[in-house]
Design a protein around this ligand. Sequence first.
Ligand code: ADP
Length: 272
Amino acid sequence: MKRDERGQPVGIVETSNDITARRQAQEALRDTQEDLARVNRVMLLSELTSSIAHEVKQPLSAISTSVGAATRWLITVPPHLDEANAALGRIARDCQRASEIISRVSALAKKEVPHKDQLDINATIREVIAMTDDVLQRNHVVLRTGLLSGLPVVTADRVQVQQVILNLITNAVEAMKGEAEDRRELTVNSGWDDETDLFVEVKDSGTGLDPAHIDQLFESFHTTKSGGMGLGLAISRSIVKAHDGRIWAAPNQPCGAVFRFTLPVRKVSSAA
Ligand code: ADP
């Protein structure tokens, strides 16, 4: 601020040139802000569209496998109706899952409050393992679980938490594809992370993490896979954050990666 010789503030005389320049600067700033908002909206839309595609791919490929199985059971002579019926049951379950994913992903984008289911975290882990059973077998992955018994229930959105575990397991399996078949080990653990938080941990013996990119793993569109979209971990992080938990990755010993996320037991989130 300008002051006179006695140190008293004096008014600043603005010339019309100053005023014009300031107005132009303000207009430019407003334009930039509008551009940014537009870019954000477009990004959100494309992120949402790609994430739906990404997450729905899994149940869709399961459905296509089951359709193949059902057809084979029906055309055998005599037809195996029980097996065909079981395959149709799996199709119904996977359709339901695909549609739940779409509603959850949209809810996430709208920042809706997650469902508050009372989750037995070990049961949730087992549900996801059952869903990935085929994939694990096909890829010759040996699964070990260390699920601590007696854990309390957590208040969390069942489908969203399943989604996170599913993303971590899918990534672990993909990271082990290049390893020898007898060295593909997946370990899923649960337990207390500290006094108030439970953890779920997914460890693999795959390619491991590139230290140069470890900070970017959870960013949208960061991928090292040719067909990857780089959204699985970004979505997982938004889900975990919406539950007031944390998620991080570290190198596994002697090789591979460990991903761990936490869910608070007592603190109940009210915001997505
Ligand atoms: P995408 O699977 O489409 O690439 P993700 O967000 O799930 O998207 O993963 C982002 C990137 O993080 C992957 O491309 C991969 O480089 C790395 N990554 C994720 N999980 C693992 C893992 N278990 N081992 C090694 N790298 C991993």
